[in-house]
Every structure is written in structure tokens, then in C-alpha cells.
Design a protein around this ligand. Structure first.
Ligand SMILES: Cc1ncc(COP(=O)(O)O)c(C=O)c1O
Length: 394
């Protein structure tokens, strides 16, 4: 059987249509934002939308406190500030994640120490945490990467033994379950991002920290707003400690409230799409679909596959370019591990080897399963990958 010429070599594309967009906001979001704009109460300090969003997000998770922020990055930074992480402290973070899981550690003047990840879940490996603990370790950041929960029981057991808090970075994992519990509710605090393409957005940017710890929540509220002490009545402009302006706006909160009401629907669609794609991709031996541990209900923020290029004539870069040329969105997943990023490497950080993270950096690629994607779209994804793996096979 002759192979069909690949689009990258001038052959016909598998797909001409654009892929369905994400996010898709509608009349309800527009009306909610318009109401806020007309009210003239545009900020957390003057309106009530942020407080209503915080209440709803805490209720969704069954926790006592939610502190909304301007982004997921500032959520993590605020959590570290409230936990008094500073100079001379070390914080263990995974070597394979988005950079913002680790940069807030530097912003606090502390040292990120990179742990290796599990080869199946791509989340931090508990054993690696154990190996990196020193008397200076003051926290662990467990990232629920791509929507897959980290191994929280093992991580918490280590953290308890060393009396250190666990910050859950759930920026990519809204609604993911660890042994039936929502991520973000298991560690000391849980941090979320509502950036535009996340599982739910708050109008493009936004974040939140959730916790049951009232004192920590109070510290985070303070850090979010210039370290100002809580005032009743007239503001006293009295600042107890170094703080920031990390506040969410009323317009962000208004969109966040609408999107939160759709979160379970979004999650069901993502899981349906992922299950369909995994079943279909099972036919292609060079590709390993994402793993879900027995303890996990995955949220599939991104659908991450591993490429075994052993039987292909090219590596992952050429593979990804060839699939993209077929008209299907695809990209490499975190091709540079954090210890090799100049921001850390140039500070002399990241000497300890993270062999799994390094290997995965050359093997992983991202496909999309967001709620607007249909099974017909996924059929095109499978057709493009099948065509390219066939076309590139030795
Ligand atoms: C794992 C992880 N942590 C933190 C962040 C930071 O969130 P934000 O982009 O809202 O600042 C992101 C967002 O992209 C993320 O994916």
C-alpha cells in the first residue's frame, strides 16, 4: 500500500477547518460584566462581585476560605508570602511544570529545589521529595499537572514527618479528584489559575487560593492588598507588612461566577473527549495516551501523549511539525525542564539530576480536548496522527 504524501511534503491536509475555539464566552458572561461596569463598582474594594466569587468557589470545594487574586502566579506568590517563606528557605517544586509553579519562590527570595516527576502521571515523585529535603526545606509545591492529581497521601506523609506545608498548584486541575477529594482541598492551601484557556476562566486572567486555615486566609488577604490591616468603616491606610496589589477585578469575578456555574459540564465534556481519544489512539503503537492513576479522576486541561519515536525516521520536533501541517493543533509539552531554564540555571539552581523530567521533555506532546471539541474533530486528530506515524515510520 502506498503511503499518502504528508501535508508537510506538499500532500493534501487531513483537515482544512479551524479547530473549535476555547474559551467560548456567551451572552450570560457579557451581561454579568456589563452589569458590573454599569454599577461603577469595578474593584474588590468597592464592589461585591469578588466576595461573591470567593464564596461560590469556596462552596464548590467545600472549604471555608477562598482568596481571589489577579492570576495563578500571584495566588502561589501570596500563599508563599503568607507561609513566611523567605531568604534562606528552600521550596521543593517539580522539574517538569509551567515556570510559574516555581518563579514565586524566587520572588520571595527563597530557593526552588527541583524534584523529579513520576514517569506515568508527570507529577512530582514523592521519593524525589524525600531525597531533596534538607533542614532548610520550608514547603513543597505539588502540581496537579495537566489535570492529573499528584500522589497526595505520600506527599503529605513526607511533609508531616518534616512539619512542612504542602501548596497544591491546581492551576491546571479544577475539579480533578484524588481518591474522591477535589484537588486544592488536600494540602495546606490550593492555588488555581483562571487564565483564558484554563478549564474555567475569569475573563482572561485571575486566580485564587483556597484553604480551611482562617489565619492563613487572613494573611493572604493582607498580602494581596498592600499588607493593609483589616479596617472597619473608614480606611486607615495602615500597613502591617510588605504586600502587593494582587486583587481580582469585579469584571473578572463576574465572568468567573458564570464560568464556575458551568464547570461540571465542562469537566464532563473534557472527560468524554479524552476517553474517546484514548480509545481511538490505542490503535497507534508509537503514541501512549495519558495515564490516569487508580486514585485519580483526571480533568484533562491538556491531553498529553508520549511519543515513542524508536520506529520513526524522525524525532518529536519533526513529528509535531508534520501533524500541525495536517491542520490539527499540536505542540510539544514543556520541552525545557525548569532546571535548564535560564532564570534558574543562571542562578546556579537545579544541579540535582531529574532524569525522568529530562526524558519526558523530549517525548511529550499536547492535544486538545476542550468542551467545544467534537468526536468528528477528534477523528481528524487521530487520522492526522495515524497518517504521520505511518508516513514517518522506518
Ligand atoms: C501549573 C501552573 N501553575 C501556575 C500557573 C500560573 O497561572 P497564571 O497564568 O494565571 O498566572 C499556571 C498557568 O498557566 C500553570 O499552568
Amino acid at each position: 500500500m502506498s503511503r499518502e504524501p504528508l501535508a508537510i511534503n506538499g500532500g493534501p491536509r487531513v483537515r482544512e477547518k479551524p479547530f473549535p475555539p476555547w474559551p467560548v464566552l456567551g451572552d450570560e458572561d457579557v451581561a454579568a460584566v456589563a452589569d458590573v461596569l454599569r454599577s461603577g463598582r469595578l474593584t474588590q474594594l468597592t464592589g461585591d462581585a469578588v466576595a461573591r466569587f470567593e464564596e461560590a468557589f469556596a462552596a464548590y470545594h467545600g472549604v471555608k476560605h477562598c482568596v481571589a487574586t489577579s492570576s495563578g502566579t500571584t495566588a502561589i506568590h501570596m500563599a508563599l508570602a503568607a507561609l513566611d517563606i523567605g531568604t534562606d528557605d528552600e521550596v521543593i517544586v517539580p522539574a517538569h511544570t509551567f515556570i510559574a509553579s516555581a518563579t514565586p519562590v524566587l520572588h520571595q527570595g527563597a530557593t526552588p529545589v527541583f524534584g523529579d516527576v513520576d514517569p506515568h502521571t508527570f507529577c512530582i515523585a514523592p521519593q524525589s521529595i524525600e531525597e531533596r529535603i534538607t533542614p532548610r526545606t520550608k514547603a513543597v509545591i505539588a502540581v496537579h499537572l495537566n489535570g492529573h492529581p499528584a500522589q497526595m497521601d505520600a506527599i503529605l506523609a513526607i511533609a508531616r514527618r518534616h512539619s512542612i506545608p504542602v501548596i497544591e498548584d491546581a492551576a491546571q486541575a479544577h475539579g480533578a479528584l484524588y481518591n474522591g477529594r477535589k484537588v486544592g482541598t488536600i494540602g495546606t492551601v490550593g492555588c488555581f489559575s483562571f487564565w483564558e484557556d484554563k478549564i474555567m476562566t475569569s475573563g482572561g486572567e485571575g486566580g485564587a487560593v483556597i484553604t480551611d486555615d482562617a489565619a492563613l486566609a487572613e494573611r493572604m488577604r493582607r498580602a494581596r492588598h498592600h499588607g493593609e490591616g483589616p479596617g472597619r468603616g473608614e480606611r486607615r491606610y495602615y500597613h502591617l507588612e510588605l504586600g502587593y496589589n494582587y486583587r481580582m477585578t469585579s469584571m473578572q469575578a463576574a465572568t468567573g461566577l458564570v464560568q464556575l456555574s458551568k464547570l461540571d459540564e465542562y469537566l464532563a465534556a473534557r472527560r468524554r473527549n479524552a476517553a474517546y481519544l484514548s480509545e481511538r489512539l490505542g490503535e497507534i503503537t508509537a503514541v501512549t495516551p495519558p495515564y490516569a492513576a487508580p486514585y485519580a479522576v483526571h480533568s484533562y486541561y491538556k491531553y498529553i501523549c508520549r511519543l515513542d519515536s524508536g520506529n520513526l525516521s524522525t524525532g518529536i520536533d519533526e513529528f509535531v511539525q508534520a501533524v500541525a501541517a495536517e491542520g490539527v493543533p499540536i505542540s510539544r509539552r514543556y520541552p525545557t525542564p525548569l532546571p535548564q531554564q535560564p532564570v534558574f540555571r543562571d542562578r546556579g539552581l537545579g544541579d540535582a539530576p531529574c532524569s525522568v523530567a529530562e526524558r519526558l521533555a523530549g517525548e511529550l506532546f499536547t492535544l486538545l480536548v476542550h468542551p467545544t471539541v467534537t468526536t468528528a474533530d477528534l477523528d481528524d486528530v487521530v487520522a492526522a496522527i495515524a497518517k504521520v506515524t505511518e508516513g514517518l515510520s522506518r
